[in-house]
Every structure is written in structure tokens, then in C-alpha cells.
Design a protein around this ligand. Structure first.
Ligand SMILES: NC(=O)c1ccc[n+]([C@@H]2O[C@H](COP(=O)([O-])OP(=O)(O)OC[C@H]3O[C@@H](n4cnc5c(N)ncnc54)[C@H](O)[C@@H]3O)[C@@H](O)[C@H]2O)c1
Length: 351
């Protein structure tokens, strides 16, 4: 067994992120949190096929009372209606403040379940068992929870940290190829932030293994642990996301999150080169890496309707927006730019 453990301490909590090959290896860790509590397992059709039976057999082995709530698959589940359905399941199942939600799934299940945990009875605990590459390396850590609203990404939400995160590498074996690639959108972000040769190599060979997951988690924890409330350093993790979220929403969520982030990284690099914050040649290299992954870096077709979403971005304020860029690989920076300048960049692409 190769196992990587991280501990994350925030002003309000501390928790472990455990990474290994098989879910069964975390049986003791899970049961030690669940003894004396009830659990609501949240999942969707994809994640339940991957891991529900194993999670239930672990809980049964410890005589943990539990219920299962299955959400619809994909981004549309990050809605008020789904949130309501989860809250109803908690109320109807007579869950108490001492009980826990187990999010078995990708970023959608994790974001929604974490938000339900944040607001049910003013906050209960939750455990993340991520089942997609993207959720193992990114969304399951850091406590950003929420749902989309009015077609805008993550419009409603809360910071609420999980009690435990267990990443079992074998769960992603059943992941469809498109979802694996989507996870590589965030892997590419970590490469831009770190210039790590081993992450570069994983991108080149599309290699997914526990070491890649561990290295990406370590980078995320590096940015999150010192800035849990997203006031400074953590904002560098928004690299590729300002344009990415706008492309994702303007595609009507036909683009997956990771595909949109890959496009957003390409767009941020082109925009950065135009305004002189990014070294020339960086955008070409990012586009080359995206094409090595077999993904598209042509963001021009999404630019037409994307700019409306820039105004709704949480980093926008009084006509300007804070964006993350890289000067070169491994050298991220934040820069506030007029929204009009970003809009002009996108509209020029349409000519
Ligand atoms: N909170 C954060 O910090 C953070 C960070 C990054 C992304 N996100 C959010 O994460 C979401 C995207 O997450 P995602 O890419 O994991 O997508 P997802 O949760 O929608 O999962 C993608 C698809 O894969 C299926 N699936 C999941 N696990 C499976 C498995 N093991 N085998 C087979 N099918 C499986 C699901 O049913 C779904 O259809 C977006 O909403 C994004 O905003 C949040």
C-alpha cells in the first residue's frame, strides 16, 4: 500500500487528507469518525456505481446507521432544488447536529453536500470521499462549498471545512475518459502554478496515479492552509477560473468544469501577454500542453456570451476584477484589471 497523509489546520478546524489505492484501507479512519453518529451518504449515479457498495459495507461492519440520497448526475445538481432535497432527507431522517454527511462523488456532490452540511442546523460535519480526478486533487479540499444560481457558478455558498477527506485511487478507474481529461484541466493549473517536472510528465503521458494526486493536493494545501478565507494567497488558485467560469456558464454547462478551466488558462495567458504581465511564449506552451491532452484550447467560440458573466464574478468590484496570471511557469501573480479591458479582449476574438 502506498499511502500519503496530509494534515490541514485552519483557525476553526483541522482535518486529514488521506490518499491511497483502495477505499477499504480507510475503513478504520472512517469508522473512528462515525461511531455513535448517523450518516447520510450523498452520491450520484456515476459515483454510486464506483463506490457505494464499499462505503455501505464499511459502515455496516461498524454498525453505523445510514441512509443514501442519490442526486442527478452533473452540474445541474448544484441547484437550490437539489439542496432542498438533501435538507429534506436530513429532516425526514431525523438527523441531528452530531450526525454527518458523507459526500461520495465528484465536485458537484462535494460542493452541494458541503453546503447542505454548512447550513443544516447551523452546521454539521461532513466527510469527502472524492470519486473523480478533479475532486481528489482540488474540490474536496479547502472547504469551499456551494451551488449555482441564476445560471451563475457558485453564486450561493459558504466556507465549511470537511472533517476528513479520503482519496481512494481505485475509485477513478470507472471514470469516463472525458471526466479524466476534465480533471487534467486542474492538473494543468497546478503545472502552471508550480512548474513541477513530474506534473508536466503526467500531462505529457496522461498518467494518473496516487503520486500525481498527492503532489496536486500538496500544492492546493500550500495555498489554502495559510489563507482559508480566500483573502490573499489562495486567490492564486483562481488561475484560469475567471475566464473559465464565464466560458462554462456561457456554454450552458455543456463544457465540463475542467474543459472550461483549460480554455480559461489559455485565455488568461493570451490576455496576460496582451497586457504585459505574462512572458511571451507562455500562451503557446499552454496551448501545446492542452493539445497534448487531446483537449481544445480554442476559446473564441465561447467568448461571445462570456463577458456578461465577468460582471457577476465574485472577484469583481467597482468596474474592475482581480485575476490570477502567471508571469512564467511557477511564477503566479494577482492583478486587478478593468472589466472593460477583459471584455474588449474577449470581443476582439469575435471579429
Ligand atoms: N469547491 C471547490 O474548491 C471546487 C474546486 C474545483 C471545482 N469545483 C466544482 O467541481 C465541479 C466539477 O466536479 P467534477 O469534475 O468532479 O464533476 P462531477 O461531480 O459532475 O462528476 C462528473 C461526472 O462523473 C460521474 N462520476 C463521478 N465519479 C465517477 C466514477 N468514479 N466513475 C464513473 N462516473 C463517475 C458523475 O456522476 C458525473 O456525471 C464543478 O461544479 C466545479 O465548480 C469545486
Amino acid at each position: 500500500m502506498r499511502r500519503i497523509d496530509f494534515d490541514i489546520t485552519t483557525p476553526s478546524s483541522s482535518y486529514s487528507v488521506l490518499i491511497s489505492e483502495r477505499l477499504e484501507e480507510f475503513s478504520d479512519a472512517l469508522l473512528s469518525f462515525l461511531r455513535g453518529r448517523k450518516a447520510l451518504i450523498l452520491c450520484d449515479p456515476g459515483s454510486s456505481t464506483a463506490g457505494l457498495e464499499t462505503v455501505q459495507s464499511i459502515l455496516n461492519s461498524g454498525c453505523i446507521e445510514h441512509a443514501v440520497h442519490v442526486l442527478e448526475g452533473g452540474e445541474k445538481a448544484k441547484s437550490l432544488a437539489s439542496l432542498e432535497s438533501v435538507l429534506h432527507a436530513l429532516i425526514e431522517g431525523r438527523f441531528s447536529r452530531n450526525d454527518l454527511i458523507i459526500n461520495l462523488g465528484g465536485g458537484v456532490v462535494g460542493d452541494l453536500g458541503g453546503f447542505a452540511a454548512a447550513i443544516f442546523m447551523r452546521g454539521i460535519g461532513y466527510i469527502n470521499i472524492p470519486t473523480t480526478l478533479l475532486s481528489m486533487i482540488d474540490s474536496s479540499i479547502g472547504g469551499k462549498t456551494g451551488i449555482d444560481h441564476f445560471g451563475i457558478k457558485n453564486m450561493l455558498g459558504a466556507f465549511h471545512q470537511p472533517r476528513l477527506v479520503v482519496c481512494a485511487y481505485d475509485l477513478i478507474r470507472s471514470l469516463p475518459e472525458r471526466e479524466k481529461l476534465s480533471g487534467f484541466g486542474e492538473v494543468l493549473k497546478y503545472y502552471c502554478l508550480s512548474a513541477s517536472p513530474s506534473i508536466g510528465n503526467a500531462i505529457e503521458y496522461r498518467r494518473i496515479d496516487p503520486e500525481l494526486i498527492g503532489e496536486c493536493c500538496a500544492i492546493k494545501l500550500h495555498y489554502v492552509s495559510e489563507d482559508i478565507a480566500d483573502h490573499g494567497k489562495r486567490r492564486l488558485l483562481n488561475l484560469g477560473h475567471t475566464f473559465g467560469h464565464a466560458f462554462e456558464a456561457s456554454s450552458g454547462f455543456l463544457l465540463s468544469h475542467g474543459e472550461a478551466v483549460a480554455l480559461g488558462l489559455a485565455a488568461a495567458a493570451r490576455f496576460g501577454e496582451r497586457i504585459g504581465v505574462t512572458d511571451s511564449g507562455v500562451a503557446d506552451k499552454i496551448e501545446e500542453l492542452i493539445s497534448l491532452l487531446g483537449m481544445s484550447s480554442d476559446f473564441s467560440k465561447y467568448s461571445a456570451s462570456a463577458f456578461a458573466f465577468l460582471h457577476h464574478d465574485k472577484k469583481s468590484d467597482s468596474g474592475s476584477i482581480e485575476m490570477a496570471f502567471i508571469k512564467s511557469f511557477g511564477q503566479p501573480l494577482l492583478r486587478r484589471v478593468p472589466i472593460e479591458q477583459a471584455v474588449r479582449f474577449l470581443s476582439d476574438l469575435r471579429k
